[in-house]
Design a protein around this ligand. Structure first.
Ligand SMILES: O=P(O)(O)OC[C@H]1O[C@H](O)[C@H](O)[C@@H](O)[C@@H]1O
Length: 317
């Protein structure tokens, strides 16, 4: 029978695919992926990002011999440097800490995720993103072999996976009653196909401290940086300026920085790579370049009760 008053079907909007976040059974790593296929993997040890896939490619170099069991800082990905960059100086609160500080060798806590989804249509999977938060505070550290043990702090590290970029940002809070000084840096190992075809744009003509020459101040040349031997340079560069890493002259990564006025460019090259027990494969130095955004050439003073915030965004071009 015909029903003239038959209610019309309630329109059902297409299901919006949402980002997926999972925690490994041993509670050692957090993986997040977007409906469009991009993904990021973070070890709680060091809150080290060990994989970031975007546009079908892995963008971070991870040594085949990296220790992922929490026994040593990870060789690859994005280790976090805090509160000191490099070997700690004498007569400083960081004296006695390991090289690059304790953040990269401490077990962080996973604080949770937040995600956003823009509306999807049948032909478009939307523009989702997911943010993972990790925390570290002085109460979580067992043994700090330095003056630093008297300081109190709380750090929130946020890793945001977007469709075409990865953002990493730190909020470092002095929760104590004494001021203290720190360095911080994202020790990003970017994956490249062939180091001999890599050029780094944005640092030309800037002077730098050359650690392969004992920290000598060197005036940079006018062209983009190319790498054909060991490189270990510390640049100062206004955070408003971006850095582009190109391969065969085709831009591959663009790095934007917030509050991070220093940039380290590092490639160990053949013999130094061989001397590092956790560096593999032997010619893996051809597939990486570290472009490290940080604040490391001078101490940052964080007053009691204050919070310092900074971060980087790496876009795949
Ligand atoms: O071996 P690591 O402690 O991880 O340090 C690796 C590298 O980190 C930075 O890039 C420094 O500028 C280098 O001098 C150092 O060799």
């Amino acid at each position: 029978m015909d029903r003239p008053k038959k209610p019309s079907a309630i329109p059902v909007s297409p299901t919006i695919p949402t980002p997926n976040v999972s925690i490994s059974q041993d509670n050692a790593r957090v993986t997040a992926s977007l409906p469009t296929g991009e993904s990021v993997e973070v070890l709680l040890y060091g809150a080290t990002v060990i994989s970031w896939k975007c546009k079908g490619k892995e963008n971070l170099f991870l040594s085949s011999k990296a220790h992922l069991d929490g026994s040593k800082a990870v060789r690859g990905g994005i280790p976090l440097v805090f509160p000191v960059f490099g070997p700690p100086p004498a007569n400083h609160a960081t004296t006695g800490l390991p090289q690059h500080g304790f953040a990269r060798i401490s077990k962080w806590e996973y604080l949770g995720k937040s995600s956003s989804e823009s509306s999807a249509t049948p032909s478009n999977t939307g523009d989702a993103s997911v943010k993972l938060d990790f925390g570290l505070s002085n109460t979580m550290l067992e043994n700090i072999p330095s003056e630093w043990k008297k300081y109190q702090f709380g750090i929130t590290y946020s890793v945001t996976l977007n469709k075409e970029d990865l953002e990493t940002s730190l909020a470092i809070r002095n929760t104590g009653t004494t001021d203290w000084e720190f360095h911080t840096l994202f020790h990003t190992y970017l994956a490249v196909d062939n180091i001999s075809q890599v050029s780094i744009k944005g640092l030309e003509s800037s002077s730098y401290k050359d650690k392969t020459q004992g920290g000598k101040e060197v005036q940079g040349t006018s062209g983009p940086i190319t790498i054909a031997g060991e490189v270990d340079r510390n640049y100062s560069l206004d955070p408003s300026k971006t850095i582009v890493v190109a391969e065969k002259n085709k831009p591959r990564y663009e790095i934007s920085r917030d509050m991070l006025g220093d940039v380290v460019v590092w490639n160990p090259w053949e013999s130094k790579a061989k001397s590092m027990a956790d560096f593999g494969p032997e010619d893996g130095y051809k597939n990486m370049v570290c472009v490290e955004a940080g604040s490391v050439l001078a101490w940052n003073t964080l007053e009691a009760g204050d919070t310092w915030e900074g971060g980087q965004r790496i876009q795949v071009l």
